[in-house]
Design a binder for this molecule. Structure first.
Ligand code: C2E
Ligand code: MG
Ligand code: MG
Length: 676
């Protein structure tokens, strides 16, 4: 689909104009050819009609000579010759081509005969016009005298404009003198007649008029076609502009960015440059729109777009990707230089609206020119998948989202692996739940005083057919983010309820088991009833199930949380505050909420100064819990001295590797039999 889209865009951009252009040029050449042909045909026609005139004169001459030949050919020829005009001539030759008689300016050149198709019987030769005097002398014919006698006389000019115009029209442009053979059939004599074929201004005017008519007849379709081509170029340009227009910011859109970035990254000349693909995100755009309206939001985007566009130089690219996400392709010398440039940009961007606080986060994907090196041979990048690397930059940006201190993150392989894992988990979580790949593990809780097993915590394990045992840290945060955690918790609550009821039915020893309830549940109004239903479906005693709520849940909607906890208590469940002390202090919550058990986070028992300061805090916290009538459980206990210390302080239960790690239900059954 993506390929098809790219192909059709490419076709639209490049090819659509060519057919019209080619058609136009073909038609233009055709028309020019046609005009040239029309003019040359007409010119031929003019020339032919001129030659036809000469031919008629030659025929008249032939008839005249034939009519007189019986008496004396020589005499009749000399009569004709004497009455010739100055441009004409006659020449009589015998069978050996010896000239017997010649009148006129020149003699024919018998070596340069050229046939003209139109006149089969006549031979037309260009006049050599040379050595006329010599010939004249040789034949001892007073040609000079003849000319004078046959001369037209001086041309008289008068003021009559019509006459002047006609004279102007008759003025010669060029002349071809030619000799024609006159058909005589007389004792192997050959008679040649000389005349001029003249091209006058009038002929040229006719030619020009015909040319103008031809051009104007053909220019109409040419102009129409040209208009068509030009308008389709204009339309196409407009369409391309629209195709690349971001209607919100008025700048370039994502299609342009992908196209342009590909061009920059994949061209050979740029293959040795380092580039950075950048995803710049403005935080809380929706909040901004909610406060100031959509129009202000769009104006802000336009403002940011204009600012970023101005920061992008030649050989770089910029466009808006979506909502408040912008993509930049920057040319950099190094990663440090790129980060510095972006930091400067962010500092300026923050102040773009003086009255409003704006925050941005940036993800970078560095595009190195060198892909790999084999020995001395360096391999530079060829094709870059712009879409893909933009998403890498975006993944890097998502890593720092929500961080107040860090605004820029460069993509690395670990981010990619996390992204891939997240995708994999999200793709398979639902089928895993259906296939019962999630299993209940139980970690026992011991009394440090009696050393007896007094309770347990249900902890989920994902037994994946492909990846084996997966611990909650690898998928619980993903489920919490996408909301699937509520389904998993329901599954665990039901599972524990089933276990407790089966144990009771089988008459086995039973201890209370705690189940983690994610804070995501506490947005549900009827959570207490819902949990009740799940447990009741197995007929399980509510008192045998404890619900663990993490400390962070106590920072949400306090009233709702308080109400739900109270309802759960009324239903007979005991409630514990998990990971107490891990996050922000929630001492205040202890005052308001009817909590039964306080679970000290394992962080209390880690660190260097645990011996002194940690002991004091634990001691005081245990005291506080006791005063509030709460039981206390210490998590993450691994050493004997910790157990002894906690026993001295009156800690009720210990959950830690010192006693046992989380285990399967079967193992736990054996433990209960042995240790409780
Ligand atoms: P948590 O509820 O605080 O569970 C205690 C975690 O501490 C467990 O990790 C347990 O294996 C670990 N732990 C216990 N004693 C020791 C010790 O001595 N040393 C060390 N290093 N670790 C110890 P686990 O099973 O990996 O679970 C991690 C977290 O995942 C849990 O912390 C809980 O927040 C969450 N979780 C587990 N199962 C579920 C579940 O079914 N639903 C929900 N919502 N969260 C769950
Ligand atoms: Mg827990
Ligand atoms: Mg815990």
């Amino acid at each position: 689909m993506k390929e098809y889209k790219e192909k059709s865009l490419k076709g639209f951009r490049k090819k659509s104009i060519w057919p019209s252009l080619i058609l136009f040029f073909v038609f233009l050449v055709f028309c020019i050819g046609l005009i040239v042909m029309i003019m040359s045909v007409f010119e031929e026609y003019i020339m032919d009609s001129k030659i036809a005139g000469v031919y008629e004169d030659a025929e008249d001459l032939g008839r005249l000579v034939k009519a007189n030949k019986e008496e004396n050919i020589m005499e009749s020829l000399s009569f004709v010759g004497r009455n010739l005009k100055k441009e004409n001539g006659i020449c009589l030759t015998d069978r050996d081509n010896q000239i017997k008689i010649i009148y006129g300016k020149s003699r024919p050149d018998f070596n340069r005969r050229e046939e003209i198709d139109l006149f089969d019987t006549y031979i037309v030769m260009p006049d050599q016009g040379a050595q006329q005097m010599e010939w004249d002398n040789m034949l001892m014919i007073p040609v000079q005298e003849l000319w004078e006698r046959t001369m037209d006389g001086p041309i008289r000019l008068n003021n009559d404009s019509k006459q002047m115009w006609e004279m102007w029209l008759r003025e010669e442009i060029f002349t071809v003198n030619c000799w024609l053979e006159v058909p005589l059939n007389f004792e192997e004599y050959h008679l040649y007649y000389r005349d001029r074929v003249r091209l006058v201004r009038k002929d040229i005017l006719y030619l020009i008029v015909v040319g103008i008519i031809a051009i104007s007849a053909l220019s109409l379709p040419i102009i129409l076609l040209l208009i068509n081509v030009l308008s389709s170029i204009v339309i196409q340009r407009r369409m391309v502009k629209l195709l690349y227009l971001d209607t919100i910011t008025g700048g370039k859109n994502w299609t342009y960015f992908i196209h342009h970035s590909k061009k920059i990254l994949n061209r050979v000349s740029g293959s040795k440059n380092t580039y950075a693909m950048v995803n710049l995100h403005m935080d809380k755009y929706q909040d901004f729109c909610a406060c100031y309206g959509n129009k202000s939001g769009e104006e802000l985007l336009e403002h940011i777009s204009g600012f970023l566009q101005a920061k992008v130089g030649k050989g770089e690219a910029f466009a808006r990707f979506a909502t408040a996400d912008f993509g930049l392709l920057l040319k950099c010398q190094s990663r440090e230089q790129c980060e510095m440039r972006l930091r400067k940009m962010l500092a300026e961007l923050k102040g773009i609206r003086k009255d409003k606080k704006l925050n941005y986060h940036v993800g970078i994907y560095m595009i190195d020119p060198l892909t790999h090196q084999k020995g001395d041979k360096k391999h530079y990048r060829r094709q870059v998948d712009v879409d893909q690397i933009y998403h890498y930059a975006s993944a890097a940006r998502q890593e720092v989202m929500g961080n107040e201190g860090q605004y820029i993150k460069v993509f690395d392989q670990q981010i990619l692996e996390e992204q891939l894992w997240k995708r994999k988990v999200e793709d398979s979580m639902e089928s895993a739940l259906l296939n019962k790949e999630f299993q209940i593990y139980l970690q026992p809780k011991y009394s440090p005083v009696s050393g007896k097993l007094v309770g347990a915590e249900a902890l989920v394990r994902w037994i994946s057919p492909t990846d084996g045992l997966i611990t909650p840290g690898c998928f619980i945060p993903i489920f919490e983010e996408n909301g699937f955690i509520t389904q998993l918790d329901d599954y665990m609550i039901s599972g524990v309820a089933k276990l407790q009821s089966e144990r009771k039915l089988q008459g086995k020893k039973a201890v209370p088991v705690s189940v983690n309830v994610s804070r995501a549940h506490f947005t549900r109004e009827d959570l207490a009833e819902h949990i009740c239903q799940l447990v009741d479906s197995y007929g399980t005693d509510h008192g045998s199930i404890e619900l663990e709520v993490t400390e962070s849940a106590f920072f949400g909607d306090k009233d709702m949380l308080q109400r739900i906890i109270k309802e759960l208590k009324v239903y007979g469940f005991s409630i514990s505050m998990d990971d107490f002390g891990a996050g922000y202090s929630s001492l205040n919550s202890l005052k308001d909420l009817p909590i039964d058990v306080l679970k000290l986070d394992m962080e209390f028992f880690r660190g260097e100064d645990v011996e002194k300061r940690g002991e004091i805090v634990v001691k005081e916290t245990i005291q506080l819990a006791k005063n509030l009538n709460m039981k206390i459980v210490a998590e993450g206990i691994e050493r004997k001295d910790q157990v002894e210390f906690l026993a001295d302080q009156g800690c009720d239960m210990i959950q830690g590797f010192y006693y046992a790690k989380p285990m399967t239900v079967q193992e736990f059954d054996r433990r209960v039999e042995r240790d409780s």
